[in-house]
Design a protein around this ligand. Structure first.
Ligand SMILES: [Zn+2]
Length: 222
């Protein structure tokens, strides 16, 4: 199962990603985490990434594609993957399709978690990340008054600079603006699974599982 997980910051991708990994036994390829990991590891690629980020520039598509292509060829990703954080633009989607073509693979489905702008802003303004393992926590305003330690490794939780309320609204607007054409792109390819991301975590999970099972059946009977 080759999947793209798609949704604005705060749409609940992290949670659903965990369920998908368990259900389908395929790895998540989260480009944001990969970039941070490269940076921390101080690899040659990491140095390149750092130089773009420190200048406040986007990491070029070609560099991202190289990184993803390499990752897709590792043994655990041969039976499938969940791509998260990429593509963000139609140009990136086209580059991804071309790369998958070279690997004789294709995207099976794009899971779009649809959440309204206001709900996203409310959710994101109280999002914290672990300094050591990148685990993400979504707190209610009340919970955020007393931020605990990471339940995975006891690491310190902090608000990433881009999760601060004043930045959040802007990030969401950028996402919605750039991704509208991307949604059209995958709709035209008949790959978009448009999911109501404002349902409970369990209901969202059930809806995704149901749709992917239907897809698998369809592919099997073809
Ligand atoms: Zn942690």
């Amino acid at each position: 199962m080759n999947l793209i997980l798609f949704g604005a910051p705060g749409a609940g991708k992290g949670t659903q990603r965990g369920s998908l990994i368990d259900t389908y036994q395929i790895p998540a390829i989260a480009t944001g985490d990969m970039l941070r990991a490269q940076r921390r590891a101080g690899t040659a690629l990491g140095d390149q990434v750092t130089s773009y980020m420190d200048r406040g520039e986007l990491v070029p598509d070609a560099l991202m594609i190289d990184m993803i292509k390499e990752r897709l060829q590792e043994p655990d990703a041969r039976t499938g993957f969940i791509l998260d954080g990429f593509p963000r633009t139609v140009a990136q989607a086209e580059a991804l399709d071309a790369t998958l073509d070279q690997l004789r693979r294709r995207v099976d489905a794009v899971i779009y978690l649809r959440v309204s702008r206001q709900v996203l802003i409310d959710r994101l303004s109280h999002r914290y990340s672990c300094r050591s393992c990148d685990a993400v926590y979504n707190f209610t305003p009340k919970q955020a008054l007393e931020v605990p330690r990471c339940t995975v490794d006891g690491g310190e939780l902090y608000q990433r600079p881009d999760d601060k309320p004043e930045i959040v609204a802007h990030r969401i607007d950028v996402f919605l603006k750039h991704t509208a054409p991307l949604i059209d792109y995958y709709t035209t390819q008949h790959k978009l699974e448009n999911i109501d991301g404002q349902m409970s975590v369990e209901d969202v999970r059930a809806d995704i599982t149901r749709r992917l099972s239907a897809l698998k059946k369809g592919a099997g009977s073809r």
